[in-house]
Design a protein around this ligand. Structure first.
Ligand code: 6CS
Length: 295
């Protein structure tokens, strides 16, 4: 991705970023209005080095992504992204919260430079963006009423009982799972966020809420009104890493090179363990394998 910045804009941008970083995590992107005078072609990688940060699309769904009260961005994905970018000369990330179904359109519209949100790899997404090698491989579960009264534990269970209604995030990976198994639309309850998914279950509009296991567990820690099943054994393996624009080949290549080194460090293990992920799960798994996921 080549964007045209005049040298003056780049220098003004660096000054602006120095101020911005003092605000610790303000959610902003640098101005890209082209000034008069000579223009220079600046790649996303070089632009990140010049300005000191990359803009990252996130969801704010712990433990994958979490935005603190001061605006700082954390979670398994952003914490790894930040450390790997530092080895590449890019000191910080600026988070922009967005729904999952807007992450790829926003990336390709240059509203952010990378997605690091646990945006699980599957065929259609891998066709639209350039994923790094995976840093997280995780599982899916159901959030059900306490006691799981309808004993919903697998995808087969909801296919066999057409009375069951399942809440999923609109445009999320889980909606894709239900479409792949050809669940009738009448059994699918689309919700806009995790809170709404939980409420669909507690208000009896849905019999279960399909979401990553660790995300449901984080929600239940705050609100034990539902319970979380064991990982769904017939659900696809979910894997994620940083997602870049297809044209940012230089950024992807350098990121993967540094990521391979970082995944062998104690710092990587510490981040994964801190957020509840298995640091061994992503080792030996490739983006190519995870991109075979249907949907
Ligand atoms: O990749 C996705 O669309 C899913 N990823 C996470 C971390 N949560 C739910 C979302 O649907």
């Amino acid at each position: 991705m080549i964007r045209h910045y005049s040298r003056g804009t780049v220098m003004r941008g660096i000054g602006a970023i120095a101020t911005g970083l003092l605000l610790a995590g303000s959610l902003a992107a640098c101005s890209t209005t082209a000034a008069s005078g000579e223009s220079t072609d600046v790649s996303t990688l070089q632009n990140g080095k010049d300005l000191g940060y990359l803009r990252v699309g996130i969801a704010n769904e712990p433990p994958y992504t979490e935005v603190n009260a001061d605006g700082s961005v954390h979670g398994g994905e952003p914490d790894v992204l930040r450390e790997v970018l530092k080895t590449m000369g890019i000191g910080e990330i600026q988070g922009i919260i967005t729904p999952y179904d807007a992450m790829i359109p926003g990336l390709n519209a240059n509203r952010w430079d990378v997605v690091a949100a646990g945006l699980f790899m599957k065929q259609s997404r891998c066709a639209a963006v350039a994923y790094s090698e995976p840093i997280i491989v995780s599982t899916e579960s159901y959030g059900t009423p306490v006691g799981n009264p309808k004993n919903i534990t697998t995808l087969a269970d909801i296919q066999e009982n057409t009375d069951l209604k399942i809440a999923v995030l609109s445009g999320g990976f889980e909606e894709g799972i239900l479409k792949t198994i050809e669940l009738p639309q009448g059994q699918i309850v689309l919700v806009k966020d995790s809170r709404s998914g939980m409420e669909a279950v507690t208000a009896n509009r849905a019999d279960a809420f399909l979401l990553p296991t660790l995300s449901l567990r984080a929600l239940v820690e705050q609100d034990p009104s539902i319970e979380v099943t064991d990982p769904i054994e017939d659900a696809p393996r979910t894997g994620s890493g940083a997602a870049f624009r297809k044209g940012d080949t230089e950024l992807l290549a350098e990121y993967n090179k540094q990521l391979a080194v970082f995944k062998e460090t104690q710092a990587y293990t510490d981040i994964m363990v801190k957020w509840g992920f298995d640091p061994e799960a992503a080792k030996g798994v490739t983006a190519a394998e995870l991109c075979e996921n249907e949907g």
